[in-house]
Write a protein that binds this ligand. Sequence first.
Ligand SMILES: *Cc1c(COP(=O)(O)O)cnc(C)c1O
Length: 431
Amino acid sequence: MDHFNYKNGRLFAEKVDVADIAGRVGTPVYIYSKATFGDHLQKVQAAYADVEHLICYSIKACGNINILKFLAEAGSGFDIVSGGELYRAQLAGADCSKIVYAGAGKTDAEIIEALNAEIGYFNIESEAEFENLIKLAKKTGHKTKAALRVNPDVDAKTHRYTTTGQKETKFGVDIERAHDIFSKYGKNDSVRLCAIHVHLGSAGKTVAPYVEAMQKTLVLIEQLRGDGFSIESLNIGGGYGADYETDTAPAAADYASAIIPFVKGKNLKLILEPGASIAANSAILLTKVLYLKTGGEKEFVIVDAGMNDLIRPPLYDAFHFIWPAKVGKQFVPNKRTKQPQIDGLQIVDVVGPVCEAADFFARERAIPPVARGDLIAIFTAGAYGFTMSSNYNARPMAAEVLVDGDKFTIIRKRQTYEDLVGLERGLDIQQ
Ligand SMILES: *Cc1c(COP(=O)(O)O)cnc(C)c1O
């Protein structure tokens, strides 16, 4: 599933010992594997080879421009949710006609930037947004295409913070209202409404919600076509499961074999927006043990990464497999799982230095014994890891390193104290 493996008890990212990276770059550090990104993208591309399709990797999962660059070279389009992400995609050399733009709150400035870039589709989330897009397209003399984001009212059975396809969300419009919206805007020639978009939410672990969403949207598409509207593509969003535990997520081919029959022969281009399923296990967050501490009945391992570096455990109750980067033979994990069946483990809470009780990576977790100074890997940290990091507690953001075979490159420098205050300088308030 990825290229982070133990050899002789030492953790390697592809062919690089992660301890060598820590020695050069320090900790905490995000370590990405180029081959893992490439493998995941290639698997999705291969899975849909039978139908006309476009893969738009979701930048918000992990948006370093050096990563976007090789994904673009490998043929990926991009799913963006802001002007900043458009800027990143452009810097990375993206083909803008392969960009789709979602988000319930696009500003005028962002819309104009995307019109100027001639992106592929605006994914429209409300009537008010549509009216504004038409106005701005006319004003700037651009023509563009739009997909209507509908809520198929399917429960993706994910965490309540990551479910987006049900009725009570801020995203998209209820599927029953799609007809009215097409009647109103479906013949506009500044903004051609010619696609349907759905996105069920993130981190689904089964194929079933996609099948249900396909059934509902295909009925809608047939009806709209019957009413004389031309629908050229269906964007089924992202949210495909990633292997946070070994072999727990459906493979790209499993999703494809359930989804493809719905669109095959329908003259419908399929668009996908995978984020986590491509990025998640393409990285680890490597951190160092600062202190061991006993508190009441609990043993704490305090590390130098914090919730400002990786917020998924407190935010989503997310599970990340955590293991020392150097272990004795008996502790080499054969599987990343919540309950490893290995003797001699200790039960600990792995926590960071941030002044919040929510600053934890794992609670009551079995890991091999560790000591001050040991390196610990937090696995499957590539998606919504660095992109959600912050400077809370005035902590400089971690460095990002990309491994390619036996080489590694710093693709984002560790922030300095000066980076923390640079934008505040020279603005002294006169009293
Ligand atoms: C976040 C998002 C995605 C990506 O979701 P993943 O769970 O990372 O695959 C795709 N499409 C839209 C519209 C999104 O908001």
